[in-house]
Design a protein. Structure first.
Length: 304
């Protein structure tokens, strides 16, 4: 919120931390050979790096964080579309219905945000069209990142089918191989490092260390991002894909509500309707109702 363009230094810090951790504990200081040929990781990493950078830059193009979250929740649409085209998959009527709901939700929120941008930019007639064009470019960037992310997921699925599941190894290489690419973003990263140094001082509780508050925020972001990724990895090894998808969906919803309430982001009744469509559609896609049905039927006789 203080530095909207700081996405690159945040992403670089996350990648560096996870890469160092993986180099020590997964790659065993480079002595462990990867189970999946390294050339496949380079292809995956090119997609992963592109998606991360494009999503970061979208926030600089008049895209509000709630819209950013909702738009990225449309990954189901992109995955289904590319699955039909590339993998020749076919889905049930309920799956297509859920995708239609998600699409309608994203369209509603996008349309309402467009009206907000138009009304805000209407205060300055000279800057108005330019602001709106930047917003359209942001929507195009989010759409591209959504499709690229879905294509990466399909590529990863094909790799796992061929070589077996190696999620922790993939996590390490997805974060280690892109690190040289951040050299292209070095001026921007350095610029924000300087800005972070100039932020107000903050005394860390318990340990009493004093440092610029933006570095403290960054440290907390890196730690929570690491916990998040490791948590998802543990879920994929211990639970079904349905449970993982449901937990991640609920996490997105909690993030969205927190963003709106705590940071006072603008959110109208139409936005709430669109959000409801997105998350109901997502839950329909995971078929959570089918899983809850037998559970509830087992509970009723006990209660009676």
């Amino acid at each position: 919120r203080q530095f909207p363009g700081c996405g690159n230094i945040v992403t670089f810090s996350q990648f560096l931390f996870i890469a160092v951790e993986g180099f020590i504990f997964e790659a065993n200081f480079g002595r462990k050979r990867p189970a999946i040929p390294i050339r496949n990781y380079f292809i995956m990493v090119a997609m992963f790096f592109t998606v991360s950078v494009v999503n970061n830059y979208a926030l600089n193009l008049n895209i509000a964080m709630p819209l950013h979250m909702i738009f990225r929740s449309g990954s189901l649409i992109a995955s289904m579309a590319l699955g039909i085209i590339i993998l020749k998959k076919r889905y049930s009527v309920s799956k297509y219905t859920s995708i239609a709901l998600v699409s309608l939700g994203i369209f509603t929120c996008t349309l309402m945000s467009a009206k907000q941008v138009a009304s805000d930019s209407g205060l300055n007639q000279e800057d108005g069209p330019q602001v709106f064009l930047w917003w359209l470019l942001g929507i195009a960037a989010l759409t591209f990142a959504l499709l690229m992310s879905a294509r990466m997921g399909i590529f990863q699925e094909m790799l796992y089918q061929r070589f077996g599941k190696h999620s922790k190894e993939a996590l390490f290489y997805n974060h280690a191989l892109p690190l040289p690419g951040f050299l292209l973003l070095a001026p921007n990263i350095y610029q924000h490092a300087v800005l972070f140094n100039q932020s107000e001082l903050f005394q860390v509780p318990v340990i009493g260390l004093t440092l610029p508050i933006m570095w403290f925020y960054l440290l907390m972001n890196v730690i929570t991002q690491y916990v998040c990724i490791r948590g998802v990895f543990i879920l994929t090894t211990e639970c079904t894909s349905l449970t993982v998808t449901l937990v991640v969906t609920l996490r997105k919803f909690v993030s969205l509500i927190f963003s709106i309430l705590y940071f006072q982001n603008p959110f109208t009744g139409w936005h709430w309707l669109g959000t409801a469509f997105v998350f109901v559609g997502t839950l329909m896609y995971t078929e959570v109702w089918n899983s809850l049905g037998p559970f509830l039927r087992r509970r009723r006789p006990k209660e009676e």
